[in-house]
Design a protein around this ligand. Sequence first.
Ligand code: MN
Length: 206
Amino acid sequence: MFTQVKLSYDFNALEPTIDELTMVTHYTKHHAGYTNNLNAAVEKDVSLKDKTIGEILKNLDAIQDVKLRTTIRNNGGGFVNHNLYFSTLSPTAVKEPSGALADRVRKDFGSLDALKAELQTQGAGRFGSGWAFLVAFKDGSLKVVTTPNQDSPCMEKDGGVPILGIDVWEHAYYLKYKNLRAEYLKEFWNVLDWSKVDENYQKAVS
Ligand code: MN
């Protein structure tokens, strides 16, 4: 049984960057929906029993029923992507990475500002619904990628591990920012807790 990450803050705690109604709807409707649908879907294929979500998403091709495979791709992706997203937000966000991640950001992007700009540009440029991710590889290197829908980089054999995910679906920002996705992406950094991204990086490269 897959469960939503517990929020370490209240629904209104990320105001004014992310408004309370967006948070309530996003967590208790969208994310809960993906999670419930995933749990119902894995029940339908005994070969998925006891597998981790990472194992399932890495081996989607092994799911024989094409319709079930699509359901698990969409809802399993939605499940992991939102667990990542919500767990890296905080009303008392640490505003920059430290240690090994800080060093690697400088090496691969030149500066933290350059990395943020890359995530904003790629997130704004993702047509329709999707995600912008910072992905880490075993050799320590970093890459910015985007995916459509609820796809996750971890669905690909060599996709690396997403350590930061920015939801660019309209449901993540439309109530407050309306059509201005770029504004949401600019403000997003107010609530992104780099100490959580540090932790994710350590796990990804260890
Ligand atoms: Mn979402």
